[in-house]
Each structure stands twice: as C-alpha cells, then as structure tokens.
Design a protein around this ligand. Structure first.
Ligand SMILES: NC(=O)c1ccc[n+]([C@@H]2O[C@H](COP(=O)([O-])OP(=O)(O)OC[C@H]3O[C@@H](n4cnc5c(N)ncnc54)[C@H](O)[C@@H]3O)[C@@H](O)[C@H]2O)c1
Length: 341
C-alpha cells in the first residue's frame, strides 16, 4: 500500500513515517518544510534502512499535488500538514484558515479527482471546545474552540462529514490527538520547534540543555489538584502507532464508508508540576521555573476517554511517563540544536 503523508517531515509525521515503513508500507512525504527539516526524513531512512519518496511542496499548490497523484499510485492519505501554534493563530488567523482549511480542501479535491478515498486527518482534542466535561468522548458534540487553530480543526472535520455525505466512496478517519511528547527511543528524531517552543516539554528540555534560562508556568491557581493545568500526555511513538492501527482498520473494514473519529490519548491527566518533577527525576536535571499569568484560552484540565480506539483499533498507549521523559532527554541532549547540529 502506498501512503501519502502530508507534513511527514514534522514532529508527529516523522515518527509515523518510521512506523509505516517498519510495518511494510511505501511512503511518499509531501511537505513544504515551513516547520521542519529534511534531515528528519534522512534519519528515518537510516533508522529503518528503507527509502522515503520526498516531494517538497505546499498542500495549497493544486498543480504540484496533481502532478504528485499523477506520478504516484496513492492508496491512502495521512494528512498532518498544518500550522499548529495556538497563540500565533489568534494573531494571524487568516494564515491559519488559508493553510489549514484551504490546504485541506485542495488536498481533498485532488484526492477525489484521482479516485483516492482513504483519508486520515490529524485532528485535536481542542475540537471538544470549552464546555464538554472530561473525559472527552467521541460521541460528544464538537465545541467552539477558543482559538482560530482549533476552529480550523473543527472546520476540516465538518468538511469531511459533508464530503462523506456527498461521496459514497469516502472513508475518513479523524484522529483526535491529546498531548504528544517524547521522541523515538534512538534519540535520532524528536520535536524540533522553530523559535520559542509553544509546548511544555520542548521548553522544559531546552531549559535542561541550557538553551533557555527558565520555564514559565502559565497559572498556578486553576481548580486542579496542584493549581497547574492538567493534560493527557501521550508518547509520540504510541501516537504514531495509532496511525498504523487506523490504516489497518481501514484496510480491514472493506465495507466502511463515512467518517469515524477516535481519541488518541492515555485517559489520564497530568499536571505541569508533575511533568516537571517527572522530568527532573528521570534526567537528574534541575528545571528553574517562574509562575506567569494564565494564557488566554487555556482550559484547566482535560483528558481522553480512549476506549473506542482500544476496542475498534486495538490500540492503546503503552509507554509510561518516565519513558516520555527519558526519550525526550535522549533526543534533546544528543541534539541540543535540533536538526541543525
Ligand atoms: N503536536 C501536537 O501537540 C498536536 C496536537 C493535536 C494535533 N496536532 C496536529 O498534528 C499535525 C502534526 O503536528 P506536529 O506537531 O507534527 O507539527 P509540525 O509542525 O512538526 O508538523 C507539521 C508539518 O506540516 C508541514 N506543513 C505545514 N503547512 C504546510 C503546507 N501548507 N504544505 C505542506 N506542508 C506543510 C510543516 O513543514 C511540518 O513539517 C498538525 O496537523 C497538528 O495540528 C498536533
């Protein structure tokens, strides 16, 4: 099976490409490298001793996508390519709608033109919005996310629904990720954000390696166990394996038409203070921090009900919090400047 992976040079994409290759799939990666490096692909090839077909390009470029579908026999698409910084999306919302929504539309149109109907979309827990109670269940109504970034995910999920109603061949899966952290256990690939990290773990790791002086904790007076925000952190390799499970499910479910959503999380919330402590214990590093004001739009706590993925996809997050910390540190300490070493 030949799988097109958009955004496959990025953090989750590169780990997923590695799992796909190890599971025997052929992979074409399409990425404009706006938030990633080709070096990630080279390392995946080395780790798997397999080759990836890489095409540099933008999902909004219809001609380039058409050419790609014309010259490759694509059976399924895993669509990671997106801008993902929640705070930035409030500053430049049009860029986010343009990239994430228009890009997805163009991709879906070209897929339809070439009669490709297997589509796995990188969605997010943010689609549950502010008002659904945790643990989040796939049967809950989609909410109104607090950021334009989150709204782009809801919009693409709605588009997939409408496409499935109009095209009886469409087979869509929406994977709603919770908070992926960690890195491949080799320490060769990991998260390498450009500029100041938006997410907790890359920031913690950069403080540990001496790139940043201290961590800011945004709010310590939330109604949670220790006052800091709680999230459902899962190991990026578990998340990557979730994509292989979803693809396998699509292949095994020949009769399936429509769209299915699956939460990919552990089912447990962990606080920011607990993460810092776990990182310090696993790495023997001290993480200086300061308490900063709350950030707009941050919810106090949310986590997944991941039963549906367990029952239907036979997928479950297996790796521990300690694995997430040690693997992050192995990657960061071996690559203090990410892929630009
Ligand atoms: N990391 C998370 O915490 C998280 C959580 C939920 C959902 N997601 C979603 O998962 C997907 C992957 O996230 P990630 O953390 O790996 O991010 P990432 O930035 O590392 O990867 C995204 C990749 O897409 C590429 N890209 C962006 N716009 C593109 C375009 N117009 N054309 C071609 N390539 C483009 C980037 O260069 C990058 O390689 C995204 O859709 C993101 O919204 C991420």
């Amino acid at each position: 099976m030949n799988v097109l992976v958009t955004g496959g040079a990025g953090y989750i994409g590169s780990h997923t490409v590695l799992c796909l290759l190890n599971s025997g799939y052929d992979v074409v990666v399409y990425d404009n490298l706006c938030n990633s490096s080709y070096e990630a692909i080279k390392r995946v090839e080395k780790l798997t001793a397999k080759t990836v077909k890489f095409v540099e390009g933008d999902i909004r470029e219809r001609l380039a996508l058409t050419e790609l579908f014309k010259t490759n026999n694509i059976d399924a698409v895993i669509h990671f390519a997106a801008l993902k910084a929640v705070g930035e999306s409030a500053q430049i919302p049009l860029d986010y709608y343009q990239n994430n929504v228009h890009g997805s539309l163009t991709l879906l149109e070209v897929m339809a033109e070439f009669d490709v109907h297997n589509f796995i979309f990188s969605s997010s827990a943010t689609v549950y919005g502010e008002h659904n109670p945790s643990p989040y269940l796939e049967t809950m109504p989609l909410g109104r996310p607090t950021s334009p970034y989150g709204t782009t995910k809801v919009m693409v999920e709605n588009i997939m629904d409408d496409v499935s109603k109009s095209n009886e061949k469409f087979r869509g899966i929406s994977l709603r990720y919770f908070n992926p952290i960690g890195a491949h256990e080799s320490g060769q690939i990991g998260e390498d954000p450009k500029g100041i990290p938006n997410n907790l773990l890359p920031f913690v790791a950069q403080v540990a390696v001496g790139k940043r002086a201290k961590l800011s904790i945004f709010g310590d007076d939330y109604p949670t166990t220790d006052g800091s925000c709680e999230r459902d952190y899962l190991h990026v390799m578990d998340l990557a394996e979730g994509h292989v499970a979803a693809l396998t499910w699509l292949q095994d479910s020949a009769q399936f038409r429509g769209v299915e959503a699956f939460n990919l999380g552990t089912g447990t919330g962990t606080s920011v203070f607990k993460i810092i402590n776990a990182f310090e214990v696993a790495t023997n590093k001290n993480i200086p921090f300061e308490i900063s004001p709350r950030r707009d739009g941050d919810l106090p706590a949310f986590w997944a009900n991941a039963d549906k993925a367990k029952t239907a996809l036979n997928w479950q997050a297996k790796r521990s919090l300690e694995d997430m910390m040690t693997d992050t540190w192995r990657w960061q300490s071996a690559n203090p400047n990410g892929y630009n070493n």
